[in-house]
Design a protein around this ligand. Structure first.
Ligand code: SF4
Ligand code: MG
Length: 330
């Protein structure tokens, strides 16, 4: 079977005083049925923007190009109004902070009622209630708490309710953007285990957006590493973590291990200005292996010998001249 979701040439620009800034600039990504993909990178790399672009949740004035095909429908071309109707149904979303999504004045039951009335119009009242209680039970929320308000739940339980609200529409793909960042470590582990378990049982695919590589190593079949709006490397998690093909992935892994915290700061230098990105490799200003060709020509994408997709000239050395291969002087 083909991918359940296929992203091609996706570009997202924010309008700024200096003109459009392409926060996502040419991303290809296929998501197979039932698989989990981790999308990782430093903050500001475009991973959240990519998630929002997929869901059509961009601010006014933002531009979206390329295609996002889910079950044969191109979400980019369908326009905002239809996208709003389909959102949640074809792509579920789990956000970082559930309190910003749950209305404090609405009971849990009201949230489910509103959602199911919008997206599952054929269901009657009793069927809606049954579907909601089933989703809650699957996420470990007792049915007896159906008529309580969000503030009556702990942070972890609120995130479970958010997950139930996502799952109740049975979307083929769930996009989760830093879903556990606001939680403490123990609760985080529980929520992640829950997501992984639910995904396995329901056959839903998961795109997990996070800066936490440890989580991806544990929870994801594949990983895509993003830098400055582009994917640097993508492949099976085991391969990428054991034999990273891209210098940025290596740096990212090294900084994670050395810091063993959730924030990544130790790669020297900073990402390029996306209002005026380098024409060649976007990591060239920070890359310890940079060659003369790197800032000048974009490496494009190739297969590494170990199988992952990689965007780096080190995997195309035989195409370069002796001069192009010389170390970059900075
Ligand atoms: Fe480093 Fe060059 Fe590869 Fe970019 S293309 S990651 S600068 S070696
Ligand atoms: Mg983010």
């Amino acid at each position: 079977a083909g991918p359940v979701a296929s992203v091609k040439g996706l570009r997202v620009a924010y309008a700024t005083a200096r003109g459009p800034v392409w926060a996502v600039d040419g991303v290809d990504l296929d998501i197979a049925a039932g698989e989990s993909i981790g999308l990782v990178g430093e903050s500001g790399c475009g991973k959240s923007t990519l998630g929002r672009g997929l869901l059509g949740l961009l601010p006014d004035g933002a531009r979206l190009e390329g295609s996002v095909d889910v079950q044969g429908q191109d979400l980019v071309r369908m326009g905002r109004r239809r996208m709003r109707r389909l959102r949640g149904k074809v792509l579920g979303l789990v956000f970082q902070e559930p309190m910003t999504r749950l209305d404090p004045l609405m009971k849990v039951s009201d949230h489910f009622e509103e959602l199911l009335r919008t997206h599952e119009r054929r269901l009657g009242r009793r069927e809606r209630r049954a579907r909601a209680l089933e989703a809650l039970r699957e996420t470990g929320i007792p049915p007896s708490r159906y008529d309580q308000y969000p503030h009556e739940f702990s942070g972890g339980m609120r995130q479970r309710i958010m997950i139930a609200l996502t799952l109740v529409l049975k979307p083929p793909v769930i996009v989760a953007d830093e879903p556990t960042t606001a939680l403490d470590v123990l609760v985080e582990a529980q929520v992640l285990a829950l997501l992984a378990d639910l995904r396995r049982r329901s056959g839903t695919s998961l795109l997990l957006i996070t800066h936490n590589l440890g989580i991806v190593a544990e929870a994801c079949d594949r990983v895509a590493v993003m830098y400055a709006g582009q994917i640097m490397e993508e492949g099976p998690s085991q391969t990428v973590f054991r034999e990273p093909a891209h210098p940025y992935t290596r740096e990212l892994l090294a900084s994670t291990i050395s810091l063993s915290t959730t924030e990544l700061h130790s790669i020297p230098g900073s990402p390029p200005d996306l209002a005026d990105p380098p024409q060649g490799c976007r990591f060239s200003a920070r890359c310890p292996d940079a060659m003369r060709v790197c800032p000048v020509r974009h490496p494009g994408e190739v297969r590494a010998a170990t199988g992952q997709r990689v965007s780096c000239w080190l995997h195309r050395l035989d195409e370069l001249s002796d001069i192009e291969r010389m170390p970059l002087e900075r």
